[in-house]
Design a protein around this ligand. Structure first.
Ligand code: NAP
Ligand code: HSE
Length: 429
């Protein structure tokens, strides 16, 4: 089939995602024309350093530039595709493109979560699309699902593995016994990690994505800076092993629940029982489980990072532009949502896993249980691992407890001088 009119792209960034996009455009060229009636071509690619040796070939007919104006001032370019990462430079570029009435496709969750409202306002004022399917969970169509397919639902809760790098690291530590640093460097080599991998391992990338999901699912603004976030950089292989003995897997999860109109949300390493689907999501795969008031539970699973899965999501957005779909950027009439009513994190309730290092002496278990009981925390199961006069780990799991009560019990144990090392505690999903 011949194309009626070409859709011309200016692509900012030719790293993992930019090269993934270029390769799918080449591989599926005829299929894209069959679906949209148009040929989609990359004309100009913005990079930092044009002289850098590149591992991927440039798309036929495309040129490299280090000057953003070559994308912004070219009347041939229909769509700006931002795949650079960072905040300041892409924000400036995207704002200029929107104000020049160009549609924009981006994979940049950090920018949208931290500074997105200015961009959504500019898109609305200029009546153009700001598309961002690739910004959450790589190849999984979660943005489209929440914005369109489940738009008729009120979402009650959503929980997911939102970061491929962290899930890859935890999976490798759990199943192949890799140490943290080796697993991280493998994730970097495979193109899953952010340019600054702190964002992945400290939970901030998952938190960026959770902010976007909260807007899409609840139509509310839960500011990124207010989200409780805990990463996986301090995870000890000992806890992965103990969790496994209890029948659980350790996963970095982003979670939000509507509790009587208040949003309880956060990103934490959590124990997930091995029988739950989400416990079985390994490697760079992501998954999201949500509960709508009409549809019930929905579970989406797929690759959350990497060149082609992410390129697939970027291309889906570009093809929506090629089909002249009317922009529906936020999924709500308001492009800037109202502030969410936020449940104070210390009021949130969960079952917990604890590991404490204590002297192996009579009465220690009684004192531990006493500190928990004083805060109304009920222990569900407990075990002492090994025998050592210097100190032993005691691992126990609790029934539902309030975060503030957990903290108070740990403070009491510290004050009582019972703990030989920093205690570890994780929520249980
Ligand atoms: P990457 O491999 O580091 O590539 C970044 C590209 O952008 C490089 O080509 C770089 O140029 C260019 N660039 C960076 N800053 C620039 C600037 N100020 N001016 C001009 N060019 C600039 O990054 P990536 O992994 O493809 O990620 C790109 C975006 O997609 C990020 O927002 C990331 O969060 C998001 N994302 C990534 C994945 C993934 O699996 N990697 C998945 C979903 C979303 P040089 O080549 O000259 O250095
Ligand atoms: N660094 C991100 C991850 C890329 O590992 O999930 C996908 O957003």
């Amino acid at each position: 089939m011949a194309s009626d009119k070409r859709l011309v792209l200016g692509v900012a960034g030719f790293g993992t995602v930019g090269t993934g996009l270029a390769s799918i455009l080449e591989e599926n060229r005829d299929w894209i024309i069959e679906r949209t009636g148009r040929e989609i071509v990359i004309k100009t690619i913005l990079v930092r350093d044009v002289s850098k040796k590149r591992t991927a070939d440039l798309p036929a007919g495309a040129t490299l530039t280090a000057d953003p104006q070559e994308l912004l001032n070219d009347p041939d370019i229909d769509v700006l595709v931002e795949l650079m990462g960072g905040i300041e430079a892409p924000k400036e570029l995207i704002l200029k493109a929107l104000n020049a009435k160009m549609h924009v496709v981006t994979a940049n969750k950090a920018l949208l979560a931290e500074e997105g409202f200015e961009l959504f306002r500019a898109a609305q004022e200029n009546n153009v699309g700001l598309y961002y399917e690739a910004s959450v969970c790589g190849g999984i169509p979660i943005v489209q699902t929440l914005r369109e397919s489940l738009a008729g639902n009120k979402v009650n809760s959503l929980v997911g593995i939102l970061n491929g790098t962290a899930n890859y690291i935890l999976s490798e530590m759990t199943t192949n016994g890799l140490d943290f640093a080796t697993a991280l460097s493998q994730a970097q080599e495979l193109g899953f990690a952010e340019a600054d991998p702190t964002l992945d391992i400290e939970g901030f990338d998952a938190a960026h994505k959770l902010c976007l999901l909260i807007r899409l699912a609840f139509g509310k603004d839960y500011p990124f800076a207010k989200l409780p976030v805990q990463g996986i950089s301090k995870v000890d292989p000992m806890d992965i092993e103990f969790a496994r003995e209890f029948g659980y897997r350790l996963k970095l999860l982003g979670e939000v629940r509507n509790v009587d109109g208040k949003l309880e949300a956060g990103v934490f390493p959590m124990l997930v029982h091995h029988t739950y689907l989400i416990a079985r999501v390994g490697g760079a795969y992501n998954a999201v489980r949500m509960e709508g008031n009409a549809v019930g539970p929905v579970f989406l699973h797929g690759l959350g990072a990497g060149a082609k899965p992410t390129g697939s999501a970027v291309l889906g957005d570009i093809m929506a532009v090629a089909r002249d779909c009317a922009p529906n950027n936020t999924g709500f009439v308001a492009q800037v949502p109202d502030a969410a009513e936020i449940m104070p994190p210390q009021d949130s309730e969960s079952c917990y896993y604890f590991r404490v290092m204590v002297p192996d002496q009579p009465g220690v278990l009684r004192d531990l249980a006493g500190a928990m009981a004083k805060q109304g925390i009920s222990i569900a199961q407990a075990t002492q691992k090994g025998q050592d006069p210097i100190g032993v780990p005691i691992v126990f799991m609790t029934h539902e407890a309030k975060a503030s009560d957990v903290q108070a019990a740990l403070d009491d144990l510290q004050k009582a001088g019972l703990l030989l090392a920093e205690p570890v505690h994780y929520r249980i999903l």
